[in-house]
Design a binder for this molecule. Sequence first.
Ligand SMILES: *Cc1c(COP(=O)(O)O)cnc(C)c1O
Length: 358
Amino acid sequence: MRPTRARIDLARLRGNAALAAARAPTSRLMAVIKADGYGHGAVAAARALEASADAFAVATLDEAAALRDAGIEAPLLLLEGPFEPADLVEAQARDLTVNITGPEQLAWLEAARLPGPLRCWLKLDTGMHRLGLDPADARDAWERLAACAHALPEVACTHFARAEELDRPETGEQLERFLAATRGLPLALSAANSPAVLARPDTHLDWIRPGYLLYGDTPLPRNHPAGDGLLPVMQFESAVIAVREIPAGDAVGYGGSWVAGRPSRIATVAAGYADGYPRTTASGTAVLVNGQRAPLAGRVSMDMITVDVTDLAPVQVGDPVRLWGDDLPVGEVAEGSGTTGYELLAGMPARTPREYTG
Ligand SMILES: *Cc1c(COP(=O)(O)O)cnc(C)c1O
């Protein structure tokens, strides 16, 4: 058996959700499980969080349908709203909540012929400039929703562009615009993503919407104490499948990008970019071999990586390797390839088996 796998501890997922809930004790919790639960398995995540989350959020109708087919009955928001008018019919039939994200979506909803009510959120663009109605149109949009017999408007929401950058003014400015635009409307309010849940209590409002933090890594600068207590849900693990000694001056891997500066011991590990370890990861990025940090040496291959274990106690075939998880946050590994832990988790391929505990 190939030793490469993602071990997923659902008890930790619940623990991280409890931490988020404790940070925002008067808010309701919408657990964001788009992109297959950030690579952890959306159905498994939803089942694990059914008792702790008040609602779930996904990006697409397909993701929502898979959860409904698996028996998840909790409120379920389509964050990106309908992509075409027919989506509203499907959403209503599956008892989903749609985000009304622009004037087109609002018009589609008004024109829809639905056999029953459809719950909706109203999204306002307060500065991210991706989705959402102009805040100046919030009252008019709400009045149109209120006048629409089959629409059940529940929440006004917005999304922050820079909430993890704690010293910048934009999050506060977005919040002010949001509060001003929604003042007096009989709607609950939602703004906070993971960094805002952890570091901006003023943004918690009626509903928090964390995703990334649920999976156990901090979206804040790594040394910021607001991330303390989160535990990685995924352990991306493999094992050493070969060890060799090479002389100083020899290169390792495709393109010879890493050259031994001294006689070196190289361990080959059975995980590569087809397993979810990014090909762009730089030599020097930490890998845990027998629980000890050792630097990646040479280019990531499709099914393997090579690690410089010269400074470690002797390494043997079969020794355990962790690519990320405890003692090696996914966000730190992501820095070695110029991306974020979000992308690494969301990009975990189906090839890597998920093993669940908790
Ligand atoms: C993905 C997403 C979230 C969750 O963001 P995290 O940073 O993962 O917590 C919240 N709201 C919206 C609209 C999103 O698209």
